[in-house]
Design a protein. Sequence first.
Length: 160
Amino acid sequence: MKKKLKKLRKQIKLFLFFCLSGVFLSNTVTADEFWLLTETEYALLDIENSFDEKLNYSLSAGPKISLISPNVIEKVNAPVNIFIKFENSPEGNEPDMDTLIVKMKGLITLDITKRLEKYIEGYELNIQNAQIPKGKHKILIMIMDINNNYSEKLITFTVS
């Protein structure tokens, strides 16, 4: 237990250092390259030591969240194409794309919603050729429909 607390304190100090020094590359985009998550951010997430959660789950009273790509059963190669469709809720209500929140989960949680806004097309999130570090990744997608019914989906995949 003491070892875990010591490691957690170290990670918090690193996190604060990076936040205060502006090292996060929250929107590193060149003409050909988009980083969904930088190496520095991935290291801070420390997914291997994060609390165990179900690998993939869906909670749905609101819009249906359908992962089209990548195939989470297989290992994925970088760059990654991520394609998600948002469909009407079971009651028939349309998704409210303004409520979409996307987070990378690990020991800490990193909100990446802002850097994904330009990849929203109608009721779809279509990210092409996203650079992402090798390793295990957990993406939490949260959205509401126009009547404020909530849905979330946790997607876990490994980049080799």
